[in-house]
Design a protein around this ligand. Structure first.
Ligand SMILES: [Ca+2]
Length: 442
């Protein structure tokens, strides 16, 4: 009996403690961060959509953890991206609004700021980014000065999907900090670069950031043609060549093209044997615009109603996260930096507002009790548990909503619960006071 036990122990010990297995167990995970643009909470099948066919994103949700209470820090692009990069409320970086092509060509994320890419690179990660930056036009704000070893993509809020001209008529497709015109539908082009990157030999773990243009306007599907040109400024984010009905059809084609590209990324990760130790995070940078589906929430991109900032979000990590789980924890974009540092053991040098949601991913643990905030030019909102207070900045009046019973945010309980209003107003005041001396450049 003793002999059998010893034999079993030696076989088991060999399997559990061989240098190869130990190395695999201790390897830092690769990270793929996919951010879609302007996509509504209800744009995907796994979030109830019946019109868009999104089998790949649905697969990711079925094999990962899907979040129902995940929020973007901003209701528009630049602020959320600032919070994503810095792990802080975007107001600390002075990026409360959109960095527009027309008026903010000299604004951007200060390159001396600590970013998630810098922290991971300092922790021996290779870092690459293909897609939309939107944190500064000037080359001094370029991603290669913000922690990314490699950058291919565009720096404005949106480009023509084919010729990559921005809203003001500037060519906007870069390799590192050099303009580098290149053919290709942005959704596909970004994926081509992602595939190439994934197929490389990787000596280090990697952080691959894929901020897609899809499905921001202009409404151009993969079978459309370019229509912006460099001789004209003032292009809007819409495609004036399309009727409303055509726009809607095009939007569906754009969503489905993105889904196919997410499928290509998943397939490449599997084919290259990276699947087991790669974490894929997917979410949008803000709620959807008028062609999107933000159901069941009210409101649109740009608003602090749930539809403007509650988004679909999925985390897939076969080694550590059991598939098919749904989490109702309140999570913000600024929580991504501390989470990625947590799961890679990267030292967090600096000050951060976000909190790691790694314990939620690993064991479904609740997030610490906290109040979270949003502010845009006209409004401020705070959320604590089921309560959401939203006020106008000028009047400091607004509405108190119980989100557990009022998902459309139509029943104002301000007068019914004055003590909660008072408490949350106090918290908003304290929060705003912290960055009152930071000039908001956008
Ligand atoms: Ca956006």
């Amino acid at each position: 009996m003793k002999h059998i036990d010893l034999f079993a122990y030696s076989v088991l010990g060999c399997c559990l403690y061989s240098p190869q297995i130990l190395k695999a167990q201790n390897e830092k995970p690769n990270i793929i961060l996919i951010v879609s643009d302007d996509m509504g909470y209800g744009d995907f099948g796994c979030y109830g959509n019946k019109d868009h066919k999104t089998p790949n994103i649905d697969w990711l949700a079925a094999h990962g953890m899907r979040f129902t209470d995940f929020h973007t820090n901003g209701a528009v692009s630049s602020p959320t991206r600032a919070a994503l990069m810095t792990g802080r409320y975007q107001q600390y970086a002075g990026i409360e609004g959109v960095i527009t092509a027309a008026h903010h060509r000299d604004c951007g994320l200060d390159p001396s700021t600590t970013t998630v890419a810098k922290l991971l690179r300092d922790n021996q990660y290779d870092t690459a980014m293909y897609g939309k930056w939107h944190l500064g036009y000037d080359v001094r704000y370029n991603p290669i000065h913000q922690g990314f070893n490699e950058f291919v993509g565009y720096v404005s809020g949106n480009v023509d999907y084919f010729n990559h001209i921005d809203q003001e008529g500037y060519a906007d497709w870069w390799h590192q900090d050099q303009l580098h015109p290149e053919e290709g539908y942005t959704t596909y082009l970004i994926t081509d670069y992602a595939e190439k990157y994934l197929k490389k030999d990787h000596e280090k773990p990697f952080f691959l950031y894929l901020p897609y243009e899809a499905c921001h306007g202009p409404w151009q599907g993969p079978d459309d043609v370019a229509f912006r040109n460099t001789r004209e400024a003032g292009h809007t984010a819409v495609n004036n060549h399309k009727s409303k009905a055509e726009e809607k059809e095009t939007y569906t084609a754009m969503v489905e093209a993105l889904d196919r590209c997410v499928g290509r990324v998943i397939k490449t990760v599997k084919e290259t044997g990276l699947d087991e130790n790669t974490i894929i995070l997917f979410f949008s940078d803000n709620g959807g615009a008028h062609n999107s589906c933000n159901a069941p929430w009210s409101g649109w991109k740009g608003q602090l109603l749930e539809g403007g900032q509650r988004v679909s979000s999925i985390v897939y990590w076969p080694r550590k996260v059991k598939g098919g789980q749904v989490s109702d924890e309140i999570i913000m974009t600024m929580d991504v930096l501390p989470t990625l540092c947590d799961l890679t053991d990267a030292p967090m040098k600096g000050t951060f507002d976000g909190l790691s949601f790694l314990p939620t991913l690993l064991s479904g643990k609740q997030m610490p009790d906290r109040t979270v905030f949003w502010r845009n030019h006209g409004a401020v909102a705070a959320r604590h548990g089921k309560w959401k207070l939203q006020i106008k900045r000028k009047t400091r009046k607004g509405q108190l909503i119980d989100l557990s019973t009022d998902i459309k945010e139509t029943h104002n309980l301000w007068d019914k619960h004055p003590e909660i209003v008072t408490q949350m107003l106090k918290e908003i005041d304290a929060w705003e006071a912290q960055f009152s001396d930071v000039k908001q450049s956008s």
